[in-house]
Write a protein that binds this ligand. Structure first.
Ligand SMILES: [Zn+2]
Length: 80
C-alpha cells in the first residue's frame, strides 16, 4: 500500500510544483507584456493629445512651426 501511494504523492507534488512554476513564470511574462503595452498606449495617447491640443508640429530641420494639417514646413517645405 505504502509503496503505491508514495510515488503517487511525489508525482503529484512534482506536477503541482511544475504547474506553480509555469503559472508564476507566465504571470510575470504577462505582466511585463501588459506594462509594455501600457507604456506604448500612454506614449501614443500623449502624442495624440499633444498634436490635437496644438495642431502645430515643429520642423525637425529648421525648428519653425507648421500646421499639422499642411504636413510640410512653411519655411523649408520639409515633411513635418
Ligand atoms: Zn523647416
Amino acid at each position: 500500500m505504502l509503496t503505491e501511494v508514495v510515488p503517487l504523492l511525489i508525482g503529484l507534488a512534482m506536477l503541482g510544483g511544475l504547474a506553480m512554476l509555469a503559472s508564476s513564470m507566465g504571470g510575470r511574462e504577462d505582466h511585463r507584456t501588459r506594462s509594455r503595452w501600457d507604456t506604448r498606449f500612454d506614449y501614443e495617447a500623449r502624442e495624440l493629445r499633444r498634436t490635437d491640443a496644438t495642431g502645430v508640429l515643429t520642423c525637425r530641420k529648421c525648428g519653425s512651426s507648421g500646421s499639422e494639417r499642411a504636413g510640410v514646413c512653411p519655411r523649408c517645405r520639409a515633411m513635418l
